[in-house]
Design a protein around this ligand. Structure first.
Ligand code: HEC
Ligand code: HEC
Length: 323
């Protein structure tokens, strides 16, 4: 008996040591860095900064950037992210105004393109998953975002305010090493699908351009940016997030399940939910679901058509449990 006991103690001791060593390892290793390796074409990229690209970029930014980067003075100086679950610690987004020292005025178009695809900066440092990466966004759409970043939109005017660099906690360092990595560059040009194929267009809007699935799946700690369909609980909702009051809201199941998803709601109700934040059961949808007003009706209808093809998940979500 005593020997068994001793053995158990040893085993637990070794396990504790192992866990402590692993924790120390990730703590000191930190968020990984990567080689900054743009192709010659990307390195020399000069995007067209005409009004068409700028307008398209502004539309995408309203869906994908402003929410996180628009600071207090209505400038894109960054802010402390209000809706991040506490386990991740405090995280700020950075200054992306045209300020030379604090913003992105000195970044080339190619550096911006490479960063938006992979999260890797010129110095090899990598932005953890709070800054989204866009491996599936069409090249033209990324060019548009870059054109917009260079535009005379007042929100982008050079402004020096900025937060100190993020100090990530152990969980973020751990996840950045084992659960997430920099997505590779696409191996061919990605085009925006045309409107003759509504399912393909909807898939692009939902997964590549407006990126609805990380919120609308099971868990922020597990999503697959490259093959969104492999994300656990893909569009089945339930992922806990915080509203502006710091209360937990679980994302909605937006698969076509009749009981627990969108199966019994009409296309019009879907459109009003996505574009104007109307809850199909009455009232308004709460933050962080925000009205996607810059999506066209056609794009939202395309997302609806695409969601008809996504495997149905039966997942009753208790959306507003207060913990
Ligand atoms: C969910 C929140 C979120 C969204 C959405 C978001 N960002 Fe960020 N962004 C961040 C965070 C957080 C960082 C800081 C990353 C780090 O700590 O390395 C960041 C960093 C950056 C940087 C690097 C700045 C620097 O000085 O290193 C750029 C450029 C950037 N974002 C551009 C964009 C653009 C363009 C969009 C829209 C297409 C966007 N971001 C959308 C949160 C976000
Ligand atoms: C930042 C996270 C987030 C993003 C991004 C997001 N959603 Fe949501 N969505 C939510 C949350 C949370 C709810 C639940 C809100 C509530 O119950 O009031 C919700 C609710 C909804 C609803 C209402 C469903 C119902 O049964 O009431 C629809 C439809 C929807 N989202 C579609 C989309 C689409 C389409 C996109 C992409 C264009 C998207 N969402 C992007 C978090 C998000």
């Amino acid at each position: 008996m005593r020997r068994v006991f001793k053995f158990l103690l040893y085993s637990i001791g070794i396990l504790v040591l192992f866990v402590a060593a692993a924790a120390a390892f990730f703590y000191f290793k930190g968020v990984p860095s990567y080689a900054f390796a743009p192709t010659a074409e990307i390195a020399g990229l000069k995007v067209t900064k005409d009004s068409v690209h700028i307008a398209r970029g502004a539309k995408i930014a309203a869906l994908m950037c402003n929410e996180c980067h628009l600071g207090e003075k209505m400038k894109m100086t960054g802010k402390i992210m209000p809706d991040l679950p506490k386990e991740f610690g405090a995280v700020a987004s950075y200054n992306i105004t045209q300020d030379a020292d604090h913003g992105i005025a000195k970044w080339s178009d190619g550096e911006l393109y490479y960063f938006l695809r992979t999260g890797i900066r010129k110095d090899g440092s990598w932005a953890p998953p709070f800054m989204p990466k866009f491996p599936l966004m069409a090249d033209e759409d990324l060019y548009s975002v870059i054109a917009w970043l260079r535009s005379d939109d007042p929100r982008l005017q050079a402004t020096p305010d900025e937060y100190p660099p993020n100090q990530y906690n152990l969980l973020v360092k751990f996840l950045s090493n084992v659960a997430f990595s920099a997505p590779p560059l696409p191996d061919q040009v990605i085009e925006v699908p045309d409107t003759t194929d509504m399912v393909a267009l909807g898939k692009y809007v939902a997964n590549g351009m407006s990126v609805c699935f990380p919120c609308h799946s099971a868990d922020f700690k597990k999503f697959d940016l490259l093959v969104p369909e492999n994300t656990p609980g893909f569009y089945g909702g339930g992922n806990p997030m915080l509203n502006m009051e710091g209360e937990i809201v679980h994302s909605a199941n937006i698969t076509m399940d009749k009981e627990t998803g969108l199966g019994k709601f009409s296309r019009q109700q879907f459109l009003e939910a996505v574009k104007y934040g109307k809850n199909p059961r009455g009232g308004s949808l709460v933050y962080p679901m925000f009205p996607h007003t810059t999506l066209t009706d056609q794009e939202v209808n395309a997302v609806y058509a695409y969601l008809q093809t996504v495997p149905v998940i039966h997942n009753p979500v208790d959306r507003y449990v207060r913990h």
